[in-house]
Design a binder for this molecule. Structure first.
Ligand SMILES: C[S@@+](CC[C@H](N)C(=O)[O-])C[C@H]1O[C@@H](n2cnc3c(N)ncnc32)[C@H](O)[C@@H]1O
Length: 439
């Protein structure tokens, strides 16, 4: 790996006594880690059931290192949304953001959703999560990951933060800005980033980061908290961006971040933290926590529901969820408690997709299956982990199973839903979403 000279010089300046250790750590293998989806399973229960040996990530209660040979993406528990595979230092920012039940939370740069899935866990199915990313294509992975986690009260949107702030001035209790950056902390894991660094380094990203952070600060409620993070080490993309927003938004103040072994403070900014790959087991990150002055206002609750397709209605009577369904074109959504007006901005999803109606045919949605507990549907089949029907179901095959009645059935592994099937005389016709089927 041939590293850009400007970057080498910068790291030598930043780490005058440690740069040898830093550069030699770039030859080490990177770490594989998973973060437990506490919306579906407690950390204790996951540890009891875990198919992998787990070693805790020190700065978060729900993150664990796993052996990369364990192939965590190829386990039925992953298909059931029980965990997210995440670079360990990337587990820090969402963990630092104070989130209370009922809060309105914004993730400004959310795709593919590593931190949004953690914020959804913190909200515990209350309040509102607005997960935004300017890239509509990256928003598809964001949507899929939030669906896997069984997230219900989320809006997934694709706007530049400069547009978003016009709609949501001083709206959010907590905001995460995980900014686009030159990615110095990802060079070991993703070598192709070294080439893009030569085209777009810190000087390219710093003005973008300042703009996004200014926009985010405009959307923060009085008394609200904001975390700014990057996976790069250049001070102009980190401390300088924070100094900039403290000038443009004098109501903001920096709060100290608790130190974990291996963390170091920011450059002339002891409240912020820097994670370096030669000091911790992870690729590296920068994070700063800010708070707005003033007293927060409470949010108004608006429960929306409306008339829906009759066939869908009949099916949804079998689902034990409060009646908050609403039809939008060919989609039936289970609406979150509190939704801002949605006209005039790019919303990819608002609430939980419960079902679709295509050419008069009704289909329950994969997102609904992944958001339910087995007891919330009236016909469930659960296979044990070692039952070969689990893998066959995940491959999209028809499997045999006894059911009380024919029709829609929720298929689970160890009581964790994987998707729907249609039962017919002891056969389960596979209805697992095609993009989730294993090859
Ligand atoms: C570091 S990545 C986010 C990773 C994500 N937080 C996660 O944990 O999975 C930065 C993201 O910022 C998005 N982005 C870049 N400029 C933006 C802007 N002006 N407004 C919103 N998102 C932006 C990029 O598309 C990219 O997905």
């Amino acid at each position: 790996m041939e590293l850009p000279k400007s970057y080498i010089r910068q790291m030598e300046n930043l780490l005058p006594d440690e740069y040898d250790r830093y550069f030699s750590s770039l030859q080490d293998p990177s770490y594989t880690a998973i973060r437990v989806n506490t919306l579906k399973i407690s950390v204790e229960e996951f540890c009891r059931r875990s198919p992998f040996a787990l070693k805790p990530v020190p700065w978060t209660a729900d993150g664990f290192y796993v052996d990369p040979d364990a192939r965590p993406a190829k386990h039925p528990y992953y298909a059931a949304g029980l965990y997210y595979i995440q670079e360990p230092s990337a587990m820090l920012p969402a963990q630092l953001l104070p989130v209370k039940k009922g809060d309105h939370v914004l993730d400004t740069c959310a795709a593919p959703g590593g931190k949004s899935t953690e914020l959804a866990c913190k909200l515990r199915g209350t309040g509102l999560l607005a997960a935004n990313d300017i890239s509509t294509s990256r928003c598809q992975s964001l949507l899929k990951n939030l669906e896997s986690f069984g997230t219900r009260d989320a809006i997934i949107c694709s706007e530049d933060t400069s547009q978003l702030k016009k709609r949501f001035p001083k709206q959010f209790d907590a905001i995460l800005v995980d900014a686009p950056c030159s990615g110095q902390g990802m060079f070991r894991k993703e070598h192709h980033l070294i080439d893009s660094y030569r085209q777009k380094g810190p000087a390219y990203y710093a003005p973008i980061q300042k703009q996004i952070l200014d926009d985010a600060a405009d959307m923060l409620q009085p008394g609200g908290h904001l975390v700014y993070s990057t996976c790069t080490f250049a001070p102009e993309e980190n401390e300088e961006v924070i100094r900039h927003v403290l000038k443009t938004h004098p109501d903001l103040k920096l709060l100290p971040i608790p130190m974990t072994e291996g963390f170091v403070g920011g450059i002339d900014m002891p409240e912020a933290v820097r994670l370096y790959p030669h000091r911790i087991q992870g690729e590296g990150h920068f994070a700063a926590l800010l708070q707005n002055a003033g007293q927060p206002k409470s949010h108004q609750q608006t429960v929306k529901s409306g008339p829906i397709d009759a066939a869908a209605q009949e099916f949804l009577r079998r689902v034990d969820l409060p009646d908050r369904y609403f039809q939008k074109g060919d989609k039936i959504l289970w609406m979150a408690d509190r939704l801002p007006e949605q006209k005039g901005w790019r919303v990819l999803r608002s609430g939980l997709l419960a079902s679709t109606i295509k050419r008069g045919r009704f289909e329950p949605a994969q997102a609904l299956a992944l958001a339910l507990k087995p007891e919330q549907f009236d016909q469930t089949v659960s296979f044990s982990l070692d039952d070969e029907r689990v893998l066959r179901y995940l491959r999209g095959e028809t499997v045999m199973a006894d059911t009380k009645q024919n029709g829609w059935t929720l298929v689970c592994v160890e009581n964790f839903p994987l998707g729907f099937a249609k039962a017919e005389s002891g056969r389960l016709k596979n209805k697992l979403e095609k993009s989730r089927r294993w090859q």
